[in-house]
Design a protein around this ligand. Structure first.
Ligand code: PAF
Length: 297
């Protein structure tokens, strides 16, 4: 990995500082934005690299957004290693780091956004207010940074799909770019929450990507029945003492459920898994093709 240490990286702690720093650049430099909750890993670095390849200036935000956590979730425990994150950003060549104490008024948010599509399936089933919180934060961040391009990881596929709708429906002049999932050498999708796993759980968690790959392979070998594919994944997870929150195959764009894979209709399908392993709630997804790519008509 080649790092381009940016010793001139500027850090803003308030919206006014961030706006002030970017003001002189607007209009003649393109700005790519990578919103994050910090605790950065190689997956985030890949988003930053993509941003660098697409625009003149890269802005990264670090903000653990309380609006997207339910009361029972890990808002308090969520790791906030600011020094390490700032160093990683500088090493990756980030130009501006936005690290606000809060994005919302001290008296609380009186206006928030509401997602009315793609929100009541997959992660939305167990996290009913999560995506409202995500789009509200991303909207505030977009208003402050006013980027030309924003990069989001495909690991949060549903979030990426919803943000594409937000930008379209609210007529935001921002190009949304998805970036492929980055995996550990053994296949585990990189996630800030992998930090919660002990050695045994880390080993167990591997079953998630293995279950997705098993579904991919079974589909390529001719299994079209989604129930059978999901059973395969469930067996792999259960052998590793993991009970999935969901194992689903859906249309990658509409997120509509699919019962039967159908290569004749150029079906664009994707498999999704969410599961708790120890204290971590992990998600992952992969494309599913009903026959090997090269044989597709
Ligand atoms: O994907 C994330 O880290 C968060 O959901 C985001 C987009 C930074 C909003 O808080």
């Amino acid at each position: 990995m080649i790092y381009h240490t940016n010793n001139n990286m500027q850090i803003a702690h308030t919206a006014a500082e961030m706006r002030g720093q970017l003001q002189a650049l607007r209009g003649h430099k393109s700005i790519a934005f990578v919103p994050t909750m910090g605790c950065l890993h190689q997956g985030h670095i890949s988003l930053i690299e993509k941003a660098k390849s697409l625009a003149d200036i890269v802005v990264v935000s670090l903000y653990v957004n309380p609006l997207q956590f339910a009361p029972s979730e890990d808002l308090e425990q969520y790791p906030r290693p600011f020094e390490a994150d700032a160093r990683l950003c500088a090493d990756a060549g980030v130009d501006f780091l936005f690290h606000p104490a809060s994005l919302y008024p001290e008296s609380g948010c009186k206006v928030t956004l509401k997602v009315t599509t793609l929100h009541d399936c997959l992660c939305g089933t167990s996290r009913p207010d999560h995506f409202d919180g995500v789009v509200t934060a991303v909207n505030v961040l977009f208003n402050i940074v006013q980027p030309n391009i924003a990069i989001f990881g495909e690991k949060d596929w549903q979030q990426l799909s919803i943000i594409r709708h937000m930008v379209n429906d609210l007529s935001m002049p921002i190009e949304i770019v998805g970036a492929a999932i980055v995996r550990e050498p053994d296949g585990l999708a990189m996630s800030s929450r992998n930090r919660y796993l002990n050695n045994h759980e880390r080993q167990q968690a591997l079953a998630i990507s293995q279950a997705l790959i098993a579904m991919q392979q079974q589909a390529e070998n001719g299994e079209h029945d989604v129930k059978a594919l999901r059973n395969t994944a469930r067996n792999i997870l259960e052998k590793n003492a993991i009970t999935a929150q969901y194992i689903e195959i859906r249309n990658a764009t509409s997120l509509e459920e699919i019962d039967t894979l159908d290569h004749h209709n150029n079906q664009n399908s994707r498999a999704f898994i969410a599961a708790h392993v120890g204290a971590a709630r992990l998600i992952d997804n992969m494309p599913i093709h009903s026959m090997p790519q090269e044989q597709q008509p």
